[in-house]
Design a protein around this ligand. Sequence first.
Ligand code: ASP
Length: 328
Amino acid sequence: MKNIKVMFLKIVALVAILLPLVLTAQKPDYVLVIHGGAGNMQESKMTPEKLADAHSGLQKALDAGENILKAGGTALDAVEATIRVLEDCPVFNAGRGAVFNADGQIELDASIMDGSNLQAGAVAGVHTIKNPITAAREVMENSPHVLLIGLGAEKFASQQGLEIVDPEYFRTEHSWNEYLRIKQRDDDSGRKGTVGAVALDKHGNLAAGTSTGGMVMKKFGRVGDVPIIGAGTYASNETCAVSATGHGEYFIRNVVSYDISALMLYKGMRLYDAAYSVVMDKLVRQKGNGGVIAVDKNGNIAMPYNTSGMYRGFVNSVGETAVMIFAK
Ligand code: ASP
């Protein structure tokens, strides 16, 4: 009898110790992860103002998306709202502040994907749509297509009532000076950040989106990985949501975002292992610079990058949040 009592007390003590651990290890209700591009930037060469601007731009974007997720909104709405903030922020290479192509023009690409139904939409080579991510969503929801390009995409966006701007709107002093500097030296060291977001909402749905001005000095008409579903963006409720940034040609050839999802689906890999093996092994072997952000259906996240830094941040329903540029 005494033994049974001791045993009972031991079980109660064990439950008391383990219960909080089990509770805190619970899947978060919602998660948002964002990036503002990866590159071989040097912290020592960045001014405190530039670092502060990047931090505050990322934080504003996280706040906009989290407000939606916290209120029970969809991952899709959160991804779109988050990316709109980053597109409006001149610090990043998307929307206002985007980089220039070899002709000194801006050509923007964006895509969005809904993991709940595998619907996707994208635009490429546009230069008058203020928020290309919203145009991508319009393509997904209000056209029978996945990808619209150039003038056709712009005509469609205007028919849908989206804000159309003069191409001058996107031009910033900083981006133009970078363009002139790189043109003279003929290198691409000035590449700056594409933006992206992935989210898991309270309903268990995943979504991903990405928006960019592409690579600085790209050939006119060049389309990168960002509007190619499976390359720069992918989401499936069965596995994960991924948004990529980096040298787009490598991301297209390796179908990076879909590859991560496929490794999880067909090989049963964990998100972290799948994302790291693609970015830190497969891409590195090919000298494909860049990184991804990803969230899986259980709220786990991964943010691997093989460059010196990646503008990134995350927030979830259990109060974990951070904004980072370099390794911690
Ligand atoms: N992936 C983008 C592109 O190739 C560029 C970037 O992420 O910096 O267009």
